[in-house]
Design a protein around this ligand. Structure first.
Ligand SMILES: *[C@@H]1O[C@H](CO)[C@@H](O)[C@H](O)[C@H]1NC(C)=O
Length: 724
C-alpha cells in the first residue's frame, strides 16, 4: 500500500555526530558543576554567597540544557504526496473543510488586511464548494461586517483570476505588493483590472474604518447591516450570524459561473456581566456555529494576520489525515509560523527560522508538535473531546450530503442560539469539549490534552510555507509578546496541566520534556540575570568566581561555552540566517530573558499567590482590555530600565576591573579573573547598540533620558552593595 506521506529522520549521519557532541557537552557540564561544588570558598568573606549563587545558576542551566535536548535529539521531517491523494480520491470524494479566522480589534487588525487573509483562504486549490470560511469578529463591529461584505463581492473576480493564472500567493495584498506588473505580460489587461478592483475595495474599507461609518446607501444592500440598527457596542450586543455566501445556494457563483466557498460572519453575544474567554471562547463558538451550517470533518484555524501562502495546503494536510496506515491516529497537522516582514539581520531576533525548522520538527520527533493556535488543521470530532480508539472510523462525507433541512434563515437563527453568553453554562465546553478556558496559552494545553487522549499530531513544513504572518517589529512589541508567551507557558507548567504530571503515563518522557522547554522559559530569567550581573561585579570587587587560566578546570568551562555558541551559530546559518542575524539574536535572547521572562516569572508567581487581580480565576475584570494595555505599557518602560542598567553596569565593571588589574601590575592571565573579563567584555560588546540608544542616538530609537538617569542610579546602588 502506498503511503500518502513520508517521514524522514533529519540529519542522517550528522545526527550521531550531534548526539556525540551532546554527550561531550553533558560531560563538560558535569565537570563544571563538580568544580563549583568542590571549590566553595571556606570563609564567608571570600565571596561564598556569590559562589553558591553561581552554583545554583549553573545547576539550573545544566538542567535546562538537558530538557532542551529532547527537541534536538531526533528531529523528523514529513513530506506529503498530494499526487497520490489525487490518484486515490477524486475531487468529489475529498472532505469539506471549515476555516476559522478570528479577529477582535479594528485598530491592531485593520479590516482591509483581515480581508486579504480571508480571500487567500477562500482560494485554495480545492473544489470550491468544499471550503467554508468563518470570520469571528469579537469586536462585533459593523465595519468588519462591511469589509467582509465587500470581500464577498470581490471574491467573484479574485477566485477565477487566481485559478486561471495559478497565482501565488493568493492574498491579494501580498500578491499585488510583490511587483508592479504581472509575471506574464500578456495578462496585463486583466491583471490591471483586478488590481484596480482590489485597490478600490481596500480604499472603500479603509475610508469607512476611518470615518467609523458605513454609508447609508450600502447598508441597504444586505439584511445583515440591520443588526447594528440598535446602536450596539463591542462589549454589549446580541449574537450575530450572517451567511454572506451560501455555497449550497446555486446562485452563489463567481463571475464565470463557478460555485463559491461559503462565507460566514459571526459575532457571538457579548454582555458585560459574562466572561467571554477571549479567543478560546470565539473558537468554541465557531465550532458550534459551523456544526449547523457546514459541519465539515476538518477544521483549519488561522490568525487573521496570517494569510495562506500556499494554495496546496489543504491537499497537503489531507495526505496526513487520509493516510491508510497512520491517518486514523492523527488529530492535528500543525504548520510553523513564518513572517513576511522580518529584515535579513533582524535586530529584534524574531526570525522564526530556527523555531520552525529545528524546534517544531524536533517536537514532532519527540512525539508530536504542540498546537500553537494558528496554521493548524484539526479533526472536528477530536477537537470536541473524542478519545482515541483503534476502531473509530471518521465520517469523511460529513457535511457533504446534499441540501440542508432548514432554510438559510432558520439555519442562521439556530446558529445564533448556539453563541449566546449562557449557552455554555453547565456544559463541558472549554473543559472537555473544544478549546480549553482559563489559561493565557489555551492552545498549548488543548493540544496537550488531545495528545494525552491518545492521538498523534504531525508538523507539516512544505518548502513553500503554508502560512505567512506579520511579526512584531519593535522592541516593545517583542518584549510584550514574549512576556505573554513565557508567562502563559510557565503558568501551565505550574498548574495541573504541567506536562510532567498531566502527561505522565499518556505521553513519553521525551515528549513531556519537549513541552517543558517552553514551560520553563520564564524561570531562566533569574539565573540569567544573576550571570550577567554578579560575575561582573565580582571583577570590580576582587572576587574571583571562575577557575584560573592555569587550572585544568578551565577546560570544561571554555569547552561548554564555545561549543554551545558555535553550534547555535551553525544552526542559524544552516537555516538561512546571517552571522549578524545570529549575533543580534543572541542579544535579544539575553534581553528577553532579563525582561520578558523576568516579568513573566514575577506575574505568574504573583497570580499563584493570589496577589494579582488579573488572576486565573476568570473574572469579568480580565476582559477590561484597556486596563491591561496600560499595565503593559508600564512594564515596557521598567524593562528598558533593566536593559540599560545591566548594560551600564557591565561597562563600568569592565573598565574598573581592567584598570585595577593593569595598575596592580599583575598578569591578566594569572590574575584569576580571565574568564570574568571575557564574560564581562562579551556582554559589553553585545550591548553596544544599547549604549548607542542611551548616549548617541537622537532619533526614535533612543532611550528616554529618564531611563538612562534611573539606570545610572541603579548602577551606583549595585556598586555600593557589598558582595559576599
Ligand atoms: C511564499 O510564497 C511565495 C510564492 O508565492 C514564495 O516565493 C515564498 O518563498 C513563500 N514563502 C516562504 C517562506 O516559503
Amino acid at each position: 500500500m502506498e503511503r500518502m506521506f513520508a517521514t524522514e529522520k533529519l540529519g542522517g549521519s550528522s545526527r550521531s555526530l550531534y548526539r556525540f557532541h551532546a554527550v561531550t557537552v553533558l560531560a563538560g557540564i558535569c565537570l563544571v558543576l563538580g568544580y563549583r561544588a568542590t571549590h566553595v570558598p571556606a570563609a564567608p568573606g571570600e565571596g561564598r554567597a556569590a559562589w553558591l549563587g553561581m552554583l545554583a545558576a549553573q545547576l539550573w542551566f545544566g538542567f535546562y540544557w538537558v530538557i532542551t535536548q529532547s527537541m534536538r535529539w531526533c528531529p523528523i521531517r514529513r513530506r506529503a504526496f498530494k499526487d497520490r491523494l489525487a490518484a486515490r480520491y477524486r475531487d468529489e470524494r475529498l472532505p469539506c473543510v471549515d476555516i476559522f479566522v478570528c479577529t477582535a480589534d479594528l485598530q491592531s487588525e485593520p479590516p482591509s488586511l483581515v480581508m486579504a487573509t480571508v480571500l487567500s483562504l477562500m482560494t485554495y486549490d480545492y473544489p470550491p464548494e468544499k471550503p467554508n470560511v468563518y470570520l469571528s469578529d469579537d469586536g462585533g463591529s459593523i465595519l468588519t461586517f462591511y469589509a467582509l461584505w465587500e470581500a464577498s463581492a470581490f471574491a467573484k473576480h479574485w477566485l477565477p483570476f487566481c485559478k486561471r493564472y495559478s497565482i501565488e500567493p493568493r492574498s491579494p495584498a501580498a500578491y499585488f505588493a510583490e511587483s508592479d506588473k504581472p509575471r506574464d505580460p500578456s495578462t496585463l489587461e486583466e491583471w490591471s483590472l483586478v488590481k484596480g478592483l482590489y485597490e478600490e475595495m481596500t480604499e472603500r474599507i479603509d475610508s469607512a474604518v476611518q470615518s467609523a461609518n458605513v454609508p447609508e446607501e450600502i447598508r441597504t444592500n444586505h439584511k445583515g447591516f440591520s443588526e447594528w440598527n440598535a446602536g450596539i457596542n463591542s462589549k454589549d450586543h446580541q449574537p450575530i450570524v450572517q451567511v454572506l455566501i451560501d455555497g449550497k445556494d446555486r446562485d452563489a457563483v463567481d463571475n464565470e459561473g463557478n460555485v463559491l466557498p461559503t462565507l460566514v460572519y459571526v459575532a457571538r453575544e457579548k454582555r458585560p456581566q459574562y466572561h467571554h474567554n477571549f479567543k478560546a471562547g470565539a473558537m468554541n463558538a465557531l465550532i458550534r456555529v459551523s456544526s449547523v451550517i457546514s459541519n465539515s470533518p476538518i477544521i483549519l484555524n488561522v490568525d487573521c494576520d496570517m494569510y495562506s501562502n500556499n494554495s496546496d495546503a489543504i491537499r497537503d494536510a489531507l495526505c496526513f489525515f487520509l493516510d491508510e496506515e497512520m491517518g486514523h491516529k492523527i488529530a492535528f497537522v500543525q504548520h510553523p509560523q513564518y513572517y513576511n516582514n522580518i529584515a535579513k539581520n533582524n535586530i529584534y531576533g524574531n526570525s522564526p527560522n530556527v523555531l520552525s525548522q529545528v524546534e517544531l520538527p524536533g517536537f514532532d520527533g519527540a512525539g508530536g508538535p504542540l498546537y500553537i493556535g494558528t496554521g493548524c488543521f484539526h479533526r472536528r470530532e477530536i477537537l470536541c473531546g473524542r478519545r482515541f480508539t483503534n476502531d473509530y472510523k471518521e465520517d469523511w462525507e460529513r457535511g457533504m450530503k446534499g441540501k440542508r433541512e432548514l432554510s438559510i434563515n432558520q439555519t442562521e437563527e439556530k446558529a445564533r442560539s448556539l453563541t449566546t453568553c449562557t449557552y455554555e453554562h453547565n456544559t463541558q465546553w472549554g473543559n472537555e469539549i473544544g478549546v480549553k478556558y482559563g489559561f493565557p496559552a489555551e492552545d498549548v494545553i488543548t493540544g496537550l490534552a488531545i495528545q494525552c487522549r491518545g492521538w498523534k499530531s504531525v508538523c507539516n513544513n512544505p518548502p513553500r510555507a503554508a502560512f505567512m504572518g506579520v511579526g512584531p517589529t519593535t522592541l516593545a512589541q517583542t518584549i510584550l509578546q514574549h512576556k505573554r508567551w513565557s508567562e502563559g507557558s510557565f503558568s501551565i507548567f505550574l498548574s495541573k496541566y504541567c506536562p510532567f504530571i498531566f502527561g505522565n503515563g499518556s505521553i513519553s518522557l521525551q515528549h513531556q520534556m519537549a513541552y517543558s522547554v517552553y514551560g520553563l522559559w520564564a524561570p531562566n530569567s533569574l539565573p540569567t540575570l544573576y550571570y550577567v550581573v554578579i560575575p561582573s561585579l565580582g571583577l570590580l570587587k576582587d572576587i574571583p568566581l571562575f577557575p584560573e587560566v592555569t587550572s585544568p578546570w578551565i577546560v570544561p568551562y571554555i569547552y561548554v561555552a564555545a561549543v554551545k555558541n558555535i553550534y547555535s551559530a551553525y544552526e542559524a546559518l544552516l537555516h538561512g540566517e546571517t552571522l549578524r542575524g545570529w549575533w543580534n539574536g543572541q542579544r535579544m535572547w539575553m534581553i528577553r530573558r532579563i525582561t520578558s521572562y523576568l516579568y513573566g516569572t514575577i506575574d505568574t508567581v504573583r497570580k499563584l499567590l493570589g496577589l494579582s487581580k488579573m488572576g486565573f480565576a476568570v473574572s469579568p475584570k480580565v476582559s477590561d482590555e484597556d486596563e491591561s494595555k496600560r499595565y503593559e505599557q508600564g512594564i515596557v518602560e521598567s524593562e528598558y530600565v533593566i536593559i540599560a542598567t545591566v548594560a551600564l553596569l557591565n561597562l563600568v565593571c569592565l573598565v574598573g576591573g581592567l584598570c585595577k588589574i593593569l595598575t596592580s601590575g599583575e598578569n591578566m592571565a594569572s590574575s584569576g579573573f580571565f574568564l570574568q573579563v571575557v564574560l564581562c567584555g562579551l556582554l559589553v560588546i553585545i550591548n553596544i547598540p544599547v549604549y548607542e540608544a542611551m548616549f548617541i542616538r537622537k532619533d526614535r530609537g533612543s532611550m528616554p533620558f529618564s531611563v538612562t538617569l534611573v539606570s545610572i542610579g541603579f548602577v551606583m546602588l549595585a556598586l555600593s552593595v557589598p558582595l559576599f
